[in-house]
Write a protein that binds this ligand. Sequence first.
Ligand code: F0G
Length: 496
Amino acid sequence: MAINSTGLQPDREADDNQHRSLTTLAPDAVEALSSTSLRCVECSALYPALEMGQPPRYRCDCGGVLDVETEFKLPQQPTHSDSDVDSMLYGFDAELDGGTPSAGSSWRQLFDERAANPPIWSISSDKMLLDGSGVWRYRELILPAPERFVVTRPEGNTSLYPVGIENCSVGRIGHRQIGAYAGLERFFLKHEGENPTGSFKDRGMTVGVTMANLLGARAVACASTGNTSASLASYAAQAGLEGIVFLPAGNVSGGKLAQSLAYGARTVQIEGDFDDAMRLVEQVCNELGIYLLNSLNPFRVEGQKAIGLEILQQLDWQAPDWLVLPAGNLGNTSAIGKAFRQAYNLSLISHVPRIASIQAAGANPFYKSFAQGFARRETVQADTVATAIRIGNPVSYARARRVIEECDGLVEQVTDEEILAAKAVIDRAGIGCEPASAATLAGVRKLVARGVIKRDEQVVGILTGNLLKDSKTGIPQHVSGSSVKATIEAVRSVLS
Ligand code: F0G
């Protein structure tokens, strides 16, 4: 494969050196990221976010994955002087006593003002565009990049549907069957399939491509089961970057493949599974100086934190008891858990929700590790109808394990039959989702039946992808010969 990308090129001039390192970054970018670091999840080694003279870093020298730590600064209020800027350091392990209740109310006020004013549809200035994004609205907690580098559609602002038996109003009576199926009084579904490219991946991608832009990269790449690649292809096109996606041949749904091709990404189908594609893309990115945008890239995870923050804001900063989501490569479990922990440390919320990560039984390495108290990291040869989560060796294992341990969370598995049954319930309620997303409802139902989640606890489940991503799996296919003549008699006889 001929890839003529030259990786990180701040000035974008021709250069033979494919490992061009960070030497001539824009001064405002360097300044903005000066208090942002990367900490190894395994050995706690600390690296600066931008290492001058080095290519971008995705792993610690020990091989461990990295986690972003940054200094959160409340922006200066017009009435205050510079010296009044409220500055706090909140990494994942930050001490709780740093987050005073008054700091919490200042943050709440900031985010609520941005959500309410200006309206989401206004594009009359770049700042309004940022406030209207369900990711960049929380920018101080996501990535302190100068605004001129930000690449946003915008994304986020997805619906939080009340679907519980009790919290479903008359106008949503059809949604109540979801609550009844789960056995929950107060149940919400957050539909991340309402993002611009139809999945939650846009939340991480806007931040990842913003970093690529800031670093002067020319090409970006990922391995994907389909959604990350669709998102990368879209955002790369917007930013004028070359997009390269590695897909497991034959195991990506038609809708997702079509998106990558239509958005113009160079699409490489690997004769292997996602785990093979992941291994190869990491190697090729390091060799050719292409910017890697899998969730191995810690800045992608920062963007996905916004799912958790937006849920909290939609619930008026009252944290739910449980957050339930499908789990594959484990980026989302890591991101949402981190968001809740940081929101708690900033006193935005008064308790941390418990997280339940749901895996397909045929792609369950995280479940297997959890079942033995995380004594060993397991890998499997993955197989499930939910191709989005057909992953046997999840990259974010260490980050997600920490999340589950810290929030008293758990990992559950559900069969393909349970996934398809739950999908039918979500689809027939008029909401719809792709198969992997339905693992959420299947998992909730199982955990309620086992008494782990109590019937009166407040639960938020995440639907990760749009129904149209996969128009085949679990959907009744049109029966050939079922059309009728274009006469009123023929139509009457069909409907009677
Ligand atoms: N649901 C959907 C629809 C997904 O596309 C994915 C992951 C997940 C759940 C699992 O999320 O990996 O953060 O645990 N899709 C990736 C991709 C792997 O390449 O699109 P995770």
